[in-house]
Design a protein around this ligand. Structure first.
Ligand SMILES: Nc1ncnc2c1ncn2[C@@H]1O[C@H](COP(=O)(O)OP(=O)(O)OP(=O)(O)O)[C@@H](O)[C@H]1O
Length: 602
């Protein structure tokens, strides 16, 4: 898919060609063939016109201008020019044209489908390969709007682009015929077309600008809606909805105003189209009758060619205008795709992760977000199957260090090694398959319990047994057995139908089912109910020694049994040791314990 496009007809052609390749050329070739058949069909009317103006004879007639060759053609093929043969030929040619039209339309249906699939697949792959650091830079509204609404608009743009090329080919056929019949007529078409084009060009420019602006507003609108859904509970409980909806309504009004502007421009073009057509045709007839002493036959011929050619021109203008309405999507999809591509991660030809034995080493690691240094001089060894906890004030770098260990982000300088190999030498995707992540906000999919835990693993006997064992381990068996649909019970959007503690257990069950090597537990910063807090503490204790566990801790009570606690202060490691060691060597840690005890007592 194209990333950078030039906003010219050829630039758009290149954009679609990159997505559709030869299929696009084939489509245009078919349109050309259709135009040719239309031209031939039209030419077949010439003898009829000749009969009207010059009687039943097949002799040449001045009023046909250059088109007399059609009569010569008839004679050369030995076809007698009479009403019956002409009508028969017209029926045959238009039937063939109908057939061709069917093939072309079906080809376009096929092309549409393939285009949509290729567009969507490309975006899914780009999203899949997007680095976490890259993801942080992309607005969720842009993602949502681009992969849904903008993709639809882009498809419309493609269809209108094809319609425009088809209309241009048909128009060219009539212009060529008009030139052959009478070059003065042809000049009329060109001058008339040129004049009307000037009016439409201005309107099209306005429509194009509005379309680009509308795509941007669409991104903003989607972003607001996503945030409203995500913070529904907060907005509802604090009556913040009315304030928030004001923002949404403003963007919506903006979009509607732009839609209205586009609609108004469309109304203008649709209304002036026919009058302009009639002015050009009337002018042609006047010139024919008063200055050229034209006969009835030549006027009918002129009318026929003019009408078809100008209609063709209108076809070009209207489909180009519809294309312009959707052209904003080309721009927004291109920008979106480039942004994703710039932040793509690829591990081609790198060694696959195959478990580790000794541990993970962070050597002189430094990390920054842009200019802002977040971690400095981190040197740390994490032994296989030990439990390490990171503590420190808010913003001290606990999550960042965990993100580095699980390879979501990479150091600006320094190195992270697993056993003796640098992360840089690994296919990190295969490494991440062995990482379990229990986040502050449990991730629950809108599906049933079984699928949420097994991540849609097939329901084989083996998987079911494994699933039930794990449910037992995370103390969810009783809860599940009480439900009428057992493991097939739906959990609702984002686990709306179960409690916070149950969500936590489901997510731990998922990681255990996955058979991970490293388990990251990102403790919730918000106060948890004591049952959930106990559960997390129990899980940490129970899984201790079976996995390499990394805890991002806020509650010191949950990490008493950790093998190693790492105290962070403003992005640096201040002290390392087990709970008791740290208590004795770090006054800061002692103060933290004191504070939490006091807080607990209060
Ligand atoms: N995406 C980001 N872009 C820029 N700065 C960031 C980003 N994420 C985190 N930071 C900054 O990095 C620093 C460390 O953040 P981090 O989330 O690692 O801290 P933390 O100790 O986990 O905090 P908390 O306990 O509040 O979760 C903070 O100053 C934070 O503002």
């Amino acid at each position: 898919m194209a990333d950078k496009i030039s906003h010219t007809p050829f630039g758009y052609f290149k954009y679609f060609y990159r997505a559709m390749g030869f299929k696009l050329i084939f489509n245009i070739l078919l349109s050309t063939l259709l135009g040719l058949f239309d031209g031939i069909g039209l030419a077949l009317f010439i003898p009829l016109l000749q009969m009207v103006s010059g009687g039943q004879s097949a002799d040449k007639n001045e009023s046909l201008g250059g088109m007399t060759f059609v009569l010569d053609g008839y004679k050369a093929m030995g076809i007698p020019v009479n009403l019956l043969t002409i009508l028969l030929l017209i029926v045959i040619i238009f039937t063939l044209k109908g057939l061709l039209n069917y093939i072309l339309t079906m080809e376009q249906v096929d092309l549409r489908q393939k285009y949509m699939v290729s567009l969507r697949l490309n975006q899914i792959n780009l999203l899949k390969n997007l680095s976490y650091k890259g993801f942080l830079k992309v607005d969720s509204g842009i993602i949502q709007n681009t992969v849904t609404a903008e993709v639809g608009k882009n498809l419309n743009a493609m269809i209108q682009f094809l319609n425009t090329s088809k209309a241009i080919i048909l128009l060219s056929t009539y212009v060529v015929l008009a030139f052959i019949a009478n070059w003065q007529f042809a000049m009329f078409i060109i001058v008339g077309g040129f004049l009307s084009n000037m009016i439409f060009k201005k309107l099209n420019k306005l429509i194009k600008e509005t379309s680009i602006l509308m795509s941007k507003r669409g991104n903003l609108f989607s972003g607001y809606i996503i945030q409203a859904i995500q913070s529904f509970k907060y907005l509802k409980s604090t009556a913040g909805f009315s304030l928030y909806t004001n923002k949404i309504v403003d963007v919506m009004k903006d979009i509607e105003m732009m839609n209205r502007r586009i609609g108004k421009n469309q109304a203008i073009t649709a209304s002036v189209r026919e009058p302009i057509l009639m002015v050009i045709i009337s002018g042609a007839i006047l010139i024919q009758v008063y200055w050229m002493d034209a006969t009835l036959g030549s006027i009918i011929l002129a009318l026929l060619l003019f009408y078809r050619a100008l209609n063709g021109l209108m076809g070009v203008q209207s489909s180009w205008q519809s294309f312009m309405q959707n052209v904003g999507s080309i721009e927004s999809i291109s920008q979106f795709n480039s942004q994703l591509k710039e932040n793509e991660e690829s591990f081609n030809n790198k060694e696959k992760y195959n478990g580790f034995h000794a541990g993970i080493n962070l050597n002189n690691v430094i990390f920054s977000y842009g200019e802002r240094k977040v971690l400095s001089d981190i040197n740390l060894h994490i032994k296989k199957n030990e439990t390490i906890a990171f503590v420190g004030e808010s913003g001290s770098g606990k999550s960042t260090i965990a993100n580095l260990i699980v390879s979501l982000i990479s150091p600006v300088s320094g190195e992270i090694k697993i056993d003796d190999k640098s992360y840089n030498d690994f296919d990190l995707d295969s490494f991440r398959k062995k990482i379990g992540y229990i986040t502050q906000e449990p991730v629950i999919y809108n599906d049933n319990i079984y699928n949420n835990v097994t991540f849609w693993a097939p329901k084989t006997q083996e998987n079911l047994t494994k699933f039930h064992n794990i449910m037992e381990k995370v103390s969810l068996t009783d809860f599940m057995e009480d439900l009428s649909e057992k493991e097939d019970t739906q959990l609702g959007d984002n686990g709306l139908l179960i409690s916070g503690g149950q969500k936590q257990r489901i997510t731990i069950a998922r990681e255990l089912f996955k058979e991970v090597d490293i388990l990251v537990m990102d403790e919730a910063t918000s106060a948890l109910d004591s049952e959930t807090e106990n559960f997390i503490q129990d899980s940490i204790n129970e899984l201790h020694g079976q996995y390499t566990i990394i805890v991002i801790a806020h509650r010191l009570s949950t990490i008493k049994t950790a093998d190693k606690i790492c105290l962070l202060e403003k992005g640096r490691i201040e002290a390392v040791g087990d709970f008791e060691e740290l208590k004795s060597i770090s006054p800061k840690f002692s103060r933290m314990i004191q504070y939490q005890n006091i807080a607990l007592e209060n």
